[in-house]
Design a protein around this ligand. Structure first.
Ligand SMILES: Nc1ncnc2c1ncn2[C@@H]1O[C@H](COP(=O)(O)OP(=O)(O)O)[C@@H](O)[C@H]1O
Ligand SMILES: [Mg+2]
Length: 282
């Protein structure tokens, strides 16, 4: 039984670089953070290094990428030192990833039920009948009312919201202790988004797991997460409890907050963020 008071994930001084035709891009610069049994949002504009951070934790980088870190400790494992075989058994089983578009994560030629059942068989070594029963129960858990019918659908036959609920079932059925969700609801419309988030929230709380929630939507992260990490140009510029976001001091975070439309302070147009080159420096 892992120590419940210890963070699930602890990242120390992680950097990721990509060689490109126009030179080396440092996508992530010296980031350090921890994730406990809580929902941690990573927020920042496009290109700020959020997805690279998420993938680096899973060690899912292109072979040409250069990644360094003093430590990436997940539970009792130093992921920087884990073998590729160890990483394969950790991915999907102990750390799961939910991406924006389930179509990229699901196999198009297999029914969604078969895919979830395969995951159960692979990770739990149970028989087909048991795997099917577990899959149907999990589909019901994500509020799919007719799991028997949905079991036999192919990924292209399901709507965006249902696809994301299916992804959540697939990613949670192996009981991971950490989930990295990269813009999981960005492709969904607002009402469906709320349903998907509330299912994710229930499962995370009920199973006491950690969530890294990557988003460019500050309003969403503010209401959904416990803690918020703000990234700018590959760095973490600020880290705050979501409830204390209004107390942010970094000018970039302040700019993001001021750019949010608010019912109390309606404005005619959104403010354009002013940037300072010093934010991107060491
Ligand atoms: N495979 C890659 N090769 C080269 N550059 C990359 C690669 N992946 C990401 N980058 C660059 O790294 C930076 C951060 O990207 P990313 O992590 O995707 O940002 P975000 O998710 O915040 O939008 C960007 O400048 C992006 O162009
Ligand atoms: Mg991204």
């Amino acid at each position: 039984m892992p120590d419940q008071s210890q963070p699930i994930l602890s990242v120390k001084n992680m950097s990721v670089q990509f060689p490109t035709l126009s030179g080396v891009v440092t996508a992530v610069k010296n980031v350090s953070f921890t994730v406990g049994r809580e929902k941690v949002g990573i927020i920042g504009e496009s290109g700020s290094g959020k997805s690279t951070t998420g993938r680096a934790i899973m060690r899912l980088q292109p072979a040409t990428a250069k990644m360094v870190a003093d430590e990436i400790r997940f539970e009792d494992i130093d992921l920087m030192r884990a073998s590729e075989a160890d990483m394969r058994s950790i991915r999907g089983r102990r750390i799961s990833m939910i991406l924006q578009d389930p179509k990229y994560s699901l196999n198009p030629v297999m029914t969604v039920g078969e895919q979830i059942a395969e995951t159960v068989i692979l990770h739990e070594r149970v028989g087909r009948r048991e795997a099917r029963a577990r899959t149907l129960a999990m589909l019901e858990r994500v509020n799919i009312r007719d799991p028997e019918r949905v079991f036999d659908l192919y990924p292209h036959e399901v709507s965006g919201g249902m696809g994301q609920r299916i992804m959540i079932s697939m990613m949670l059925i192996s009981s991971p202790s950490l989930i990295i969700a990269d813009e999981p609801t960005s492709a969904l419309d607002v009402t469906v988004r709320q349903q998907v988030l509330s299912i994710l929230d229930d499962l995370i709380t009920e199973r006491n797991i950690g969530l890294v929630f990557i988003s460019h939507d500050l309003n969403l992260v503010k209401s959904f997460c416990d803690r918020v990490i703000i990234m700018y140009a590959g760095r973490i510029v600020e880290e705050l409890e979501a409830a204390k976001l209004e107390e942010a001091t970094h000018p970039y975070t302040r700019g993001l907050l001021q750019a949010l439309p608010s019912l109390d302070h309606p404005r005619d147009r959104l403010e354009v963020l002013r940037r300072d080159p010093s934010w991107a420096e060491a």
